[in-house]
Design a protein around this ligand. Structure first.
Ligand code: NAD
Length: 311
């Protein structure tokens, strides 16, 4: 059955997600898109003429669509796009059930407050948080994972899983509202802190005289084995396809990792969890985000920031 889908936020992640939907949705489906940057909207409408149409506000996107996705930078953008009384999703008038999915990585409190405001304004609406993991490549190849903020017996789960699978490889229901975000922030906290530990351990062993590749193979065979060391090793030359071996380009930007670790540290405070490593890790990512030789590069550039050698 053809679907009408809305999409707001056509950046590094949103744009390839729309492209996958345009290729995979049943014939006759429409995708209504909106972004504050007009060029990206025009480009998508030209590339997928007859499937993708532009809308001049999030309200109009929601008005026209059965399912709406938002993929925005931060909580402030999510609040604006969802709750602006003039042009936000909340201003749309619905006659039928509607599903709104926010895929942005934001704090759980904002997500819960957006859900509460939207469902209070329109009882026919269901709102879910569904942040993603897998980066821009995962968005392009539709291999990323969705961490879905819903219970295992949610009546929409089957439909949501089928729909999100058009853009990703895995959909994991995390138990209830905002828990997709709690899962995502916990995941990025862990991978961000492992990266700093890996950078320090690699640098230490190399300074003691061990070759970088030998050291990585020791970690792979020992109890330190982990994906960052094996696949995204921060030391240039260890993993030829990793961003570190390609000038730290085309990866997960260090500023995004700073944002996510900051959100995770806030969440830890809110729920009363200890995060000794998070506080120092956040300091490393914050400083690297501002260093001219690290800014805008892949987050594994913290190896460079920490003084690791790159020859
Ligand atoms: P981006 O900055 O490339 O794209 C965001 C888009 O939202 C931009 O096109 C911007 O113009 C648009 N936008 C901002 N305010 C708007 C508004 N009021 N109305 C309409 N459009 C608006 O960001 P991204 O890299 O696509 O990331 C989006 C989210 O996904 C972030 O929360 C990020 O943390 C998360 N994420 C990113 C990656 C990654 O590798 N880039 C990976 C996983 C998760």
């Amino acid at each position: 059955i053809p679907l009408s889908v809305g999409f707001v936020g056509l950046g590094a992640m949103g744009r390839p997600m729309v492209a996958n939907l345009a290729r995979k949705l049943p014939a006759g489906s429409r995708i209504y898109v909106h972004d504050v940057v007009p060029t990206v909207v025009e480009e998508l409408c030209t590339e997928f003429a007859g499937i993708v149409d532009k809308s001049d506000s999030a309200m109009n996107v929601a008005q026209l669509s059965e399912i709406v996705i938002t993929m925005l930078p931060e909580g402030s953008h999510v609040k604006l796009v969802h709750l602006d009384p003039e042009s936000g999703i909340i201003a749309a008038k619905f006659a039928d059930d509607k599903v709104i999915i926010d895929c942005s990585t934001i704090d759980t409190t904002t997500s819960l407050s957006v859900k509460a405001a939207l469902t209070a304004a329109s009882p026919l609406l269901s709102f879910y948080d569904a942040p993603v993991s897998g980066g821009v490549l995962g968005a392009i190849n539709a291999t990323m994972a969705f961490f879905l903020g819903c219970s295992h017996n949610d009546p929409n789960l089957h439909r949501l899983t089928a729909f999100l699978s058009l853009m990703g490889g895995k959909v994991i229901p995390c138990g209830g509202p905002s828990l997709g975000l709690a899962a995502k922030l916990s995941n990025n906290y862990l991978s961000g802190i492992i990266t700093v530990a890996c950078a320090e351990a690699m640098d230490m062993g190399m300074r003691a005289g061990i070759n970088a590749r030998t050291l990585a193979s020791v970690f792979a065979a020992g109890t330190a084995q982990n994906t960052i060391c094996d696949v995204f090793n921060p030391v240039p030359g260890v993993c030829p396809k990793a961003p570190s071996s390609n000038g730290y380009k085309n990866g997960f930007r260090v500023q995004l990792m700073r944002k996510d670790i900051g959100l995770a540290v806030d969440m830890a405070r809110t729920v009363g969890a200890k995060n000794v490593l998070g506080i120092s890790g956040l300091g490393v990512y914050a400083a690297a985000s501002e260093a001219s030789d690290c800014q805008d590069l892949d987050s594994r550039v913290v190896y460079r920031y920490l003084g690791g050698r790159e020859d």
